[in-house]
Design a protein around this ligand. Structure first.
Ligand SMILES: Cc1cc2nc3c(=O)[nH]c(=O)nc-3n(C[C@H](O)[C@H](O)[C@H](O)COP(=O)(O)OP(=O)(O)OC[C@H]3O[C@@H](n4cnc5c(N)ncnc54)[C@H](O)[C@@H]3O)c2cc1C
Length: 454
């Protein structure tokens, strides 16, 4: 059987390669570094962490800890290496990034079924392949992906608006309704008086903002993108009324309490099919996270808002996954071609390792002549992959694993106990998924000396 091609030895590609090789199949892992560098990586190591060295909370009732537990159940290969090379970081799993990168590289180089081939791949090979080339996919490969998906289905920057948990909103103040009262009242509307609007605009102009990184500013596509997708603070700086005539337009929105249009309205739109999350429409922003949360919580009805994502704008190559991927991470139009990692629209180091794990397991399913599978929606990995492949948002943007993506607990559980209940449900569901994939009975995949090396 021909070797599986994996493009990109980052977090997702390294995990996928180890999974496939571990199941007894040959892999050629293509990594362009150090022959061609990205603007963010510093080394030639596989699975280099480019910024923070934290893989998130390790507490068993936090999203990070629950996702870690799920990945362990599925036999994740990178997680034990992260634990072996961890540094003290309180309740978080943080690693010495050099030692972690070296350990992953060593595991890959030592594996008898993996060939690590250094050099840029400019085309997607025929045959079984996983594309895991990350947020800084090389230009030539990005063009090849666009040829496959259509130019509309690959973005080079994200423009993320904050996403909030529905049941943290005060619906005594925020009202449901459609503009001009036409159609279903699908939107939630935050009404602002003139005084509230003025205070909000002042806060927006005063708040600390993230500066664009040098490599982002130097990108010839950046200017065009930022002009098309203006952050709200830039719009506000163009004139006090700009937001009121732009994303905070109140026309046609009667506040049921007054029967009149408010001075301005910030609209919220469903982010997921379950209706557990809402995004702030047109509210892409580069405000720093602390001031951003503070400002948004100062809005009427938002005082207890829980955010699963805050606004940001970055250089980021990602697919319009709901149009092109199944939740198994397989490309809809070509069986045997999978995408994994940040290019699928997932965020977070751990989620990206998880996507590599899932793509790897599903590639193995294909190689065994079986159908790829999706983890249950009640697990964070399943909820994230299903969100990525099925998000109803017309403007799909990346997302990380958060409890807000999970379906509500049945019967309902008190807020104080909800996180533990999510964790327990996920553990039971993931154990079932592992069993269904046949992983309970899988024979040890690594030769003895290699297992010792890990
Ligand atoms: C500047 C920056 C800061 C970030 N900070 C954080 C953070 O603090 N926390 C966080 O969770 N996430 C952060 N991210 C996102 C982070 O990149 C992902 O979470 C994670 O690294 C994605 O894993 P991946 O495997 O998809 O991509 P990567 O880890 O980037 O791996 C992709 C690999 O593909 C290779 N490649 C690309 N094109 C080709 C080609 N044509 N041929 C062969 N190889 C190729 C690249 O060299 C790279 O090694 C940041 C991203 C950037 C750009």
């Amino acid at each position: 059987m021909e070797a599986v091609a994996v493009i990109g030895a980052g977090l997702a590609g390294s995990e996928a390669a180890l999974q496939i090789a571990g199941a007894g199949f040959d892999v050629i892992l293509h990594e362009m570094r150090p022959v061609v560098q990205t603007a963010a990586h510093q080394t030639a190591h596989c699975a280099e962490l480019v910024c923070s060295n934290s893989l998130g909370s390790a507490l068993p009732d936090r999203a990070g800890g629950v996702l870690q537990a799920e990945l362990r159940v599925l036999g994740c290969q990178l997680l034990p290496l992260a634990e072996k090379n961890s540094v003290p970081a309180g309740a978080a799993l943080a690693v010495d990034r050099l030692l972690f990168g070296q350990a992953v590289t060593a595991a890959i180089e030592a594996h008898p079924r993996i060939e690590l081939r250094r050099g840029e791949l400019a085309a997607i090979p025929d045959g079984n392949c996983i594309v895991a080339s990350g947020p800084l996919t090389s230009a030539a490969l990005a063009m090849a992906i666009q040829r496959l998906t259509g130019t509309d289905h690959l973005a080079f920057f994200d423009a993320i608006a904050p996403v909030v948990v529905a049941d943290s909103l005060d619906l005594e103040v925020i009202f449901a309704g459609a503009r001009w009262g036409t159609g279903e009242p699908d939107y939630l509307n935050i009404p602002l008086t003139k005084a509230e609007y003025d205070t909000f605009v002042d806060g927006l102009l005063r708040a600390d903002k993230h500066e664009m990184k040098d490599f982002e500013a130097a990108d010839p596509r950046a200017k065009q993108f930022f002009e098309r997708c203006l952050p709200v603070e830039v719009l506000a700086a163009r004139g006090r009324e700009s937001l009121r005539f732009g994303p905070l337009r109140p026309v046609g929105l009667d506040d049921p309490r007054s029967g009149r249009w408010p001075w301005a309205v910030l609209q919220l739109r469903r982010e997921n099919a379950l209706g557990t999350l809402y995004n702030l429409v047109g509210f892409q922003t580069n405000l720093k996270y602390g001031p951003q949360q503070e400002l948004l919580r100062s809005l009427p009805g938002m005082q207890n808002a829980e955010f699963v994502r805050l606004g940001s704008m970055h250089r980021n190559t990602f697919l319009n996954s709901p149009q092109v991927l199944y939740s198994t991470l397989e490309f809809r139009r070509r069986p045997g071609l999978f995408f994994a990692g940040q290019i699928t629209g997932m965020e977070g180091y751990l989620g990206n390792i998880g996507s590599g794990l899932l793509a790897g397991l599903n590639m193995v399913q294909r190689l065994l002549g079986k159908e790829p599978a999706t983890p249950p929606r009640e697990t964070l990995l399943g909820a994230l992959t299903q969100h990525v492949a099925e998000s109803p948002s017309p403007n799909f943007q990346p997302m990380k694993a958060e409890f807000g993506l999970l379906p509500p607990l049945v019967p309902p559980v008190k807020k104080a106990l909800r996180r533990q209940a999510y964790a327990a449900r996920s553990a039971a569901e993931m154990a079932g998924f592992r069993h269904n994939l046949g992983l309970d009975t899988a024979s040890p995949a690594l030769p003895e000396d290699h297992a010792n090396h890990l």
